[in-house]
Design a protein around this ligand. Structure first.
Ligand code: ADP
Ligand code: MG
Length: 265
């Protein structure tokens, strides 16, 4: 019996059978019901394992959930829009989500929470920062392996999350590679992207190429939910309360006005 289970890879059945058999006798269920309970145990355990695997393979820097997001402390976050996205209906329609807002306002948290929820719904997700993705693609491109890299990092996922567009200005080659990703996924799979820059400033990141930026935004935004987040950094909130930092140091507008880009934190 144990050997048969091992050969058929029915690992849960092998473990759970004695208990399930005892329970079936106690509950006086018929053989069909008993068999169903055995198969169900195997099926449930597989789903649990698959979800854990998807969450691991997604590469989240941390596991975040919307339950762990304090909407009361984030008045600049459009709560009902975020909760609607949590239904994950946008994934069924291959729509995109763009989270925009100043540093520390919860963009990455919300992106990871939506991504994690997707893994738990059995959807393959990949989380990557724009900087890491570009590094991988640039290296692959130079080694004539761009096709392989796209196959590995872009194509297999129903949801690709690209975090922190806009912190690093791209070279023309990188801007082109990025454009290819957006174009490849257009209407074929969903993207969630986050950025601290308003769309009007995206060409600054994309090698000052206004034409390429417009063509990219056209595809990215054709079927997209734009979540515009306002407000102050959650990270600095407590410090500010304690009087350790002043409010002036954090907003994107001010850093942009000073000609600076704030680094991801
Ligand atoms: P951003 O990506 O916009 O720079 P993050 O999502 O990285 O900001 O948020 C910074 C930190 O603060 C993270 O640890 C995140 O979990 C936490 N955080 C931000 N906003 C909230 C919130 N409203 N409730 C709970 N934690 C939050
Ligand atoms: Mg972030």
């Amino acid at each position: 019996m144990a050997q048969l289970c091992a050969q058929l890879k029915l690992t849960t059945i092998a473990d759970a059978l004695p208990h399930l058999a005892q329970k079936a006798i106690a509950d006086e269920v018929n053989l069909t019901e008993f068999l169903e309970s055995v198969l169900k145990a195997e099926h449930t355990a597989r789903l649990v394992r698959q979800r854990a695997t998807f969450a691991r393979l997604a590469g989240f820097p941390a596991i975040k959930t919307l339950d762990g997001f304090d909407f009361a402390a984030a008045s600049g976050v459009p709560k009902s829009q975020v909760q609607e996205l949590a239904s994950l209906a946008f994934l069924e329609r291959n729509e995109n989500v763009v989270l925009l807002g100043p540093s520390g306002t919860g963009k990455t948290h919300i992106a990871m929470a939506l991504g994690y929820a997707a893994t738990q719904a059995g959807i393959k997700v990949r989380f990557i920062t724009a900087a890491d993705l570009l590094m991988i693609l640039t290296t692959a491109h130079r080694q004539n392996q761009l096709g392989d890299a796209l196959k590995r990092f872009v194509n297999p996922y129903r949801l690709l999350i690209i975090d922190d567009i806009g912190y690093l200005p791209m070279s023309r080659e990188q801007a082109n590679l990025f454009f290819q990703i957006i174009a490849k996924r257009y209407e074929r799979g969903s993207l969630i992207v986050t950025s601290n820059l308003p769309f009007g400033q995206w060409d600054q990141t994309f090698a000052d190429d206004a034409t390429l930026t417009a063509a990219m935004l056209d595809r990215l935004l054709h079927h997209a939910h734009v979540v515009a987040i306002q407000g102050e950094s959650y990270r600095l909130r407590d410090k500010r309360r304690a009087g350790l930092v002043t409010k002036r140091s954090t907003t994107t507008k001010e850093s942009a006005a000073n000609g600076m880009r704030s680094a991801p934190q």
